[in-house]
Write a protein that binds this ligand. Structure first.
Ligand SMILES: [Zn+2]
Length: 347
């Protein structure tokens, strides 16, 4: 902007200088007004850049990894629960005008799905439509929070890069290169995360919402969810009864809810003899410009706040195992096959 101001003063010799300054100040004021209001509405007139719309913050983070400076990313769901988010009139206009809308799909954003049904297939990327490139080892296949596994995050970035390369061929090489760099970084982050969580593979973990199986699963850590009806609740209760029979003193495991921390979840945890920690799978407590790595590091640090308080019960012969439908819990000896990335300890 100051370049523009300087240019105006230099290039308008027909104005008396004071008039030139007034004119330029008017322009500054106009640009401040149009840039205000806190929202970053797509402004395709000013920048020639492509504007990608992403539904939730983690997808906006992944899109930003791919676009670098070559395009803009607009995040749709701000501070709302994506499972119940309904687009406002403004959001609907944004969706209608966007060359590409990246979202998970009806299994996660069930209300947004009604609006997305009106958007042509070329202008949307519903990531859950094709799950062939995602990993589900150790996780619940019906858990739609796929971005919580860094290797799946890199698969998401690759798909965004492929779509953008078609839409914006001039920048295609940049999109692909950044997605490849991100994929390498995520392979490392996955190892770090799995190694850290593997240490807690014998700690019983219960979540209030079927959201964390992609986070804990790759490390061989089973999660029992309380959501999804009476079967799940029964499964968790069976597990907790088992813990009680072991006469553990102090919390026997961890209950992970969602931010903000609340008394209802705290009470559930206390009834089940579990420690309690709220997690933030959407990064809603992070700064606006936080990246995907920050999201995952915060999640790991928060999870460890509870996990590290549970006494080491590595002698525990049995551990809970969820069925494929997440409903049943059986007890099985701790696995002898270690995840590839976990440290193998010889005793
Ligand atoms: Zn969720």
């Amino acid at each position: 902007m100051f370049g523009l101001l300087f240019g105006l003063l230099v290039r308008l010799p027909m104005f008396e200088k004071p008039l030139g300054v007034v004119f330029a100040l008017g322009l500054i004021f106009a640009s401040l007004v149009s840039a205000g209001c806190g929202t970053k509405a797509p402004d395709t007139k000013r920048s020639e850049k492509l504007v990608v719309v992403a539904s939730i913050a983690p997808l906006a983070m992944l899109a930003r990894e791919v676009v670098g400076d070559a395009a803009e990313v607009h995040q749709l769901v701000q501070g709302a629960d994506p499972h119940h988010y309904a687009p406002s009139v403004n959001d609907r206009l944004t969706i209608e005008g966007a060359p590409l809308v990246v979202w998970m799909g009806p299994a996660l954003e069930s209300v947004l799905a009604r609006q997305m049904a009106l958007v042509s297939a070329e202008r949307q990327l519903a990531l859950l439509d094709d799950t062939s490139q995602f990993e589900f080892d150790g996780s619940d296949p019906t858990d739609p929070h796929l971005w919580l596994r860094p290797r799946n995050a890199s698969a998401i970035a690759a798909r965004i890069a492929a779509r953008l390369s078609t839409l914006d061929p001039q920048q295609a090489e940049g999109y692909r290169q950044r997605a490849r760099d991100f994929s390498r970084a995520m392979a490392n982050l996955q190892k770090v995360q799995d190694r850290a969580l593997w240490a807690y593979k014998d700690v019983p973990i219960v979540s209030t919402h079927k959201a964390y199986s992609q986070f804990f699963g790759p490390a061989g850590v089973a999660v029992e969810s309380l959501s999804g009806g009476s079967k799940q609740a029964h499964g968790a209760r069976t597990m907790v009864d088992k813990i009680r029979r072991e006469e553990v003193s102090g919390p026997a495991g961890c209950l992970f809810g969602e931010v903000p921390a609340n008394d209802r979840d705290r009470q559930t945890a206390s009834h089940l003899n579990l420690g309690y920690q709220a997690l933030d799978p959407l990064g809603s407590t992070l700064p606006q410009d936080a990246g995907y790595r920050a999201l995952m590091e915060k999640l790991l640090a928060d999870a460890r706040r509870c996990l590290s308080t549970i006494p080491d019960k590595s002698a525990r012969p049995l551990r809970p195992v969820s069925g494929l439908d997440g409903a049943t819990v059986s007890w099985a000896p701790a696995p002898t096959r270690f995840p590839d990335s976990a440290p193998v300890v010889f005793r």
